[in-house]
Ligand binder design. Sequence first.
Ligand code: ATP
Length: 688
Amino acid sequence: MAAARHASYRSHDGARGRELDLERSRRSKEYRHRHPSHDRDSDHRRDGGRSGGRDGGHRRHRSPYPPPRSWPSRRENDREPGEVSSGSASDSGGRPLKAGVPREDGFLGVCKDGSALPLSTKRKHSPVVLDAHVSKLQAIDDVRSGGVVDTAAVEFPLPSPPPLSDDSSVATFGGCSSPTKHLDVSMVLHEPEFSHEHEKNGVMVGEEECPTTRNIFTSRWAEADDEEEVIVPKKKKSVSPTNLYEHRSTQKVTIPELGEVLRVQTSRESSSSSSNSMGSENWNIKVDGGDCMYVKEDVIDSSVGYSVDTHFGSDARRSRTPEAVCPPRRCFNMLQGCRSIDEFERLNTINEGTYGVVFRVKDKKTGEIVALKKVKMDREREGFPLTSLREINILLSFDHPSIVDVKEIVVGGHDDDTFMVMEYMEHDLKGVMETMKQPYTQSEVKCLMLQLLEGVKYLHDNWVLHRDLKTSNLLLNNRGELKICDFGLSRQYGSPLKPYTQPVVTLWYRAPELLLGAKEYSTAIDMWSLGCIMAELLSKEPLFAGKNEIDQLHKIFRILGTPNEERWCGYSKLPGAKCKFVKQPYNRLRDKFPAVSFTGGLTLSEAGFDLLNRLLTYDPEKRISADDALNHEWFREVPLPKTKDFMPTFPALNEQDRRIKKYMKSPDPLVEQQMKEQGSSGDRGLFG
Ligand SMILES: Nc1ncnc2c1ncn2[C@@H]1O[C@H](COP(=O)(O)OP(=O)(O)OP(=O)(O)O)[C@@H](O)[C@H]1O
């Protein structure tokens, strides 16, 4: 029975897996054909480095297109009893190393306007919304100002190769007979220390002169100096074959950092600003906090058609770059699709997070129940919050069963707010675990972990770090499906990340390298969070529930032991390592998750414990990757992962106002009263 269920689980996911595998193998073949040397590298990785080579040890190389999932034999365990895993020598799908910028051009998979794109056009992450008349921001602006709504499609293109010549900016909008304008985006990035900014011609500039205006594809991250900041700098640069063309072109794309604000100067504004150095045809988007993006319009001929092959995918360009892989682009008919909030009926407030309130609503037209997340605007600052823009951008371009689907953006409400329309999920994992009497069984945990790992692998394969994985950001429905949400802190990581200045990742799920002040970090921070989540799923209790950063470290060290240079290469160089921590024995995780229990309590098999240990490995370089975790033996041993259909169901938590429920439980009657007021009469308007 269990085997049958497992088979069913596999087959349930099989179609999706086969689809991805097909796509990978197609790309891989294309790439191998062009890059036989890479092929040799891949072979080397596949054989676990047995054929020699200096990376046969613990360091991993990322294979941009990992081989289809197989169930490898268990790796050699050369650890002392209970010792944290050193990772795999044969990791074929290790994390990206010092990475080139992940970029592809072309469309992102699925057309939201309903038109299906070929399989091969499945998504990649797009950095910024670019087109002028087809801009989402313009769309929002148009709707707000009651302006005319065009029917042009808005696309969320992948970062793409630069124009080869001036005329290569000619794009094709199938079906559009009138010329349209195309935005070229330039980006000027200020260093964070330029704190005393002043506004000049609508653009924020630092005390020092603005660096040379660069095309967005040649941002400062393309500079050699900045390459030093690339995460995991010791490793060989790894470039996805689909990004190879862009990589060669050295043009890079970034999404501005957390907390930065985009200010969009519309063409209306800019035309009245004669002093604008870029002329009246330009928009500029100011990125507060140091970064400026200039969005420049170039007139393009769009006489060829509508929607599909716009922008970077012009025939002209492609004909001159035959070797470039034509990556997918997901397109949206945003201007047509940017509806008003009035088209939805509010059912209840689901929850309020740091960055926005989430409502359960009904689409009046279709009757569909969806979730609306209101984008929290910082009224103190001008412009559209970058965190929200990044979240919208990433979610709109992503298409994966383990990632919550954002259907469209709508506007309206009390303050002309912006909302993300998402598929509605009945619960989040945190809420579910609070109501459960018993923790999930091992087979249920496996089912959830597999889905979670698939989602995280998808993010990492597409060069995105989530940076805030926790149980409240994992949505569940009553079909046993798990989906990752809340991409407010996520960002691309192929480009070097700015040094870590502000806390990312909620404390309890934050990796030790972040707690100890590491300036460079990578996908491993998400994997640590996954370790904490796995432990929490098994025990129904957060593993490390620290009160502050120091307490968090103490709690980690108490269970995993105090790290040292031997276990964590580079530990002593971390700023936080200078603190004298009490020496704790190494490691007591097994006490929490014993192999046998005589009292009927929680148990975890050897393989399960091995995976947990590998996720909670101190050294980020040795921490297991999502790809390898998916192939871990634990998922193959009995009890096999439960099929989604057999997962337990719960009354829909999100049909209640979770805020009120939470506050009702508050031990402080004053807080309780305040919260109740906010929860009912405190709301301004229907979606206030
Ligand atoms: N699509 C959805 N369907 C149902 N509920 C959702 C959905 N998206 C979010 N929620 C609920 O709203 C809560 C807050 O959402 P989200 O995490 O996206 O907001 P946030 O403001 O970014 O929160 P945080 O404080 O965690 O940063 C989630 O924990 C979940 O309970």
